[in-house]
Design a protein around this ligand. Structure first.
Ligand SMILES: Cc1cc2nc3c(=O)[nH]c(=O)nc-3n(C[C@H](O)[C@H](O)[C@H](O)COP(=O)(O)O)c2cc1C
Length: 511
């Protein structure tokens, strides 16, 4: 019976181009560029071999040595070229020349070197996963600088079996595969960082977060990325103006810019006095305050486009968003607002009104309880704001970074809420852990199309502490002063003095 030959092979990645002139040979690839003299016969021969397709190390040495010259310097040159080309080389495991698995580099830095497989127990990394990518089965990981394409059922079987701790010979027996093939595959998976051999250093990373980090920025993947407009010409972008929700509507009071400018404290005082406040005053938030807050934070000021380079309608709001996508919607769960029924509302940011979407007290209580859990059980805020994203606004334009950008939008909105609330002497607090499923149910949303990406508490400000405002963080364990923590106390004191001395319609008079 003929035995199969299992081999490690190497070839050029799909995106590599080679240009030859009389005096130079230049290889250009995603991660770099390598040039050598056209009269360097050994390297020229190696490149020809690599271009021809997957070859073994022995084939490359043979090609290099066939050009003449001393073996030692020629092989040193071969190693130099392979090291320079590391971001351009696809390594594979082949059986009788048939590729079973291919290791594709995702960065220019990897030093892929298949070594003998670990002699003892081995398992997939907890960060690795198997999925369909186009027509291929692939093994990937948030940690790995490679993608392993599983080109044959044997490779898929070995990858799947490694979800349990095992060893090479047991795997070969269990899967009825040639032990050499299993050994080469396990060695390749290990060298590509897909097994638990290299998990150290990433032990604090959660599976999905490391993957999200790796994939939502450039540098560690070769997927489409950025403003690629993947659905342009295929379907219309979502409209800028949110389609009005059905339900009883409450018009919100508006404010005049001059009036707000007259009574608002200067930015530096607002920024320095800003802090998270999780207790509320004896009086409820008023509809006037809620109207002013939403108008200043989240209203739609204008819609514009489509235009050249921007084939969709953009939204102008008081805070910025990538591509002016304005994907974030604000929902208001009113618990204690004078002049407003206890209910959940969509903030119609065009008409500046609230549209009731839920009045079921069981659901409202559940949503508000979630906020209390986030703050460790502080009192129910007058208002819980839920920020949702209309994901399609982002994914129509952006590839790979749409959700990361949305979370940044949520952060921008948090700070805008903090600053406006502080300027208005309201009690603000951002929340970090909302329930996207529950809020989708309460707000009547289709989770995959629009759901919550952030929450924010708001209420009337409690009376100032009798001792007056303290420097930021004073009294916290091991507190150490750096860079004027007194500014926070001085700004808070100034704002409190103002709030105590003058009516809200008077101008800000300063410290
Ligand atoms: C994105 C974000 C998430 C937060 N999540 C929570 C939270 O879930 N619960 C909470 O009590 N405070 C939360 N906070 C408030 C922080 O605890 C607070 O900003 C921090 O302790 C600093 O205090 P300061 O805001 O008074 O300066 C959050 C703040 C931000 C910006």
């Amino acid at each position: 019976m003929l035995t199969s030959v299992v081999a490690d092979q190497v070839g050029l990645a799909d995106d590599v181009s080679v240009a030859r002139t009389d005096d130079k040979c230049v290889v250009v690839f995603r991660h770099g560029r390598v040039a050598f003299g056209a009269r360097d016969m050994a390297l020229g021969a190696v490149l020809v071999a690599l271009e021809a397709g997957s070859v073994t190390r022995a084939d490359l040495e043979e090609a290099a040595l066939a050009s003449g010259g001393d073996a030692v310097p020629v092989l040193a040159r071969l190693d130099w070229l392979l090291a320079k080309l590391r971001g351009a080389l696809v390594h594979s495991v082949a059986v009788d020349g048939r590729e079973v698995a291919r290791v594709v580099p995702l960065t220019g830095d990897g030093g892929y070197r298949p070594a003998p497989p670990p002699p003892g127990p081995v398992a997939l990394s907890r960060l690795a996963f198997l999925r369909r990518r186009g027509a291929d089965a692939v093994l990937e990981s948030g940690r790995a600088a490679y993608r392993v394409e599983l080109c044959a059922p044997e490779a898929v079987a070995v990858a799947a079996a490694l979800t349990r701790v095992t060893d090479v010979s047991s795997l070969a027996v269990a899967l009825k595969l040639d032990v050499h093939l299993v050994a080469h595959l396990v060695a390749a998976f290990t060298a590509a960082d897909m097994t638990d051999a290299g998990d150290a250093g990433t032990d604090q990373w959660n599976f999905h977060e490391l993957l999200f980090h790796a994939r939502s920025r450039l540098g560690r993947h070769d997927e489409p990325f950025g403003a690629t407009f993947p659905f342009l010409g295929e379907r219309d972008p979502l409209p800028a103006e949110y389609p009005a929700r059905e339900g009883p509507a409450v018009a919100l009071p508006r404010v005049a810019l001059d009036e707000v400018a007259r009574r608002d404290p200067p930015l530096v005082m607002v920024q320095e006095a800003r802090r998270s406040v999780r207790h509320y005053g004896p009086d409820p938030l008023t509809l006037d305050q809620l109207g002013e807050f939403l108008y200043r934070v989240g209203r739609v000021r204008a819609v514009y486009g489509p235009a050249v380079g921007m084939p969709y309608e953009a939204l102008d709001r008081p805070y910025p968003t990538g591509g002016a996508s304005g994907d974030i919607e604000i929902y208001v769960t009113a618990h204690r607002v004078a002049g407003l029924d206890r209910a959940a509302y969509h903030y119609d940011a065009v008409a500046h009104r609230l549209v009731r979407v839920c009045a079921d007290t069981v659901l409202l209580d559940a949503l508000l309880r979630g906020a209390a859990v986030s703050t460790g059980g502080t009192p129910t805020p007058d208002v819980l704001l839920t920020f949702t994203s209309r994901f399609g606004r982002m994914t129509w334009k952006y590839d790979g970074m749409a959700y990361a950008a949305t979370l940044k939008h949520a952060g921008v909105l948090y700070q805008t809420c903090y600053l406006v609330a502080t300027a208005m002497r309201l009690a603000p607090c951002g929340l970090g852990s909302g329930d996207a499923q529950l809020s989708a149910r309460v707000l009547g949303l289709d989770w995959a199309r629009e759901s919550s990406v952030g929450e924010f508490q708001l209420g009337s400000m409690p009376p100032p502490s009798p001792g007056g405002a303290e420097a930021a963080g004073v009294g916290r364990p091991h507190w150490r002063a750096h860079n004027n923590p007194d500014w926070a106390a001085r700004a808070s004191a100034a704002l409190e003095r103002e709030a105590g001395q003058v009516g809200r319609s008077d101008g800000y008079s300063g410290e």
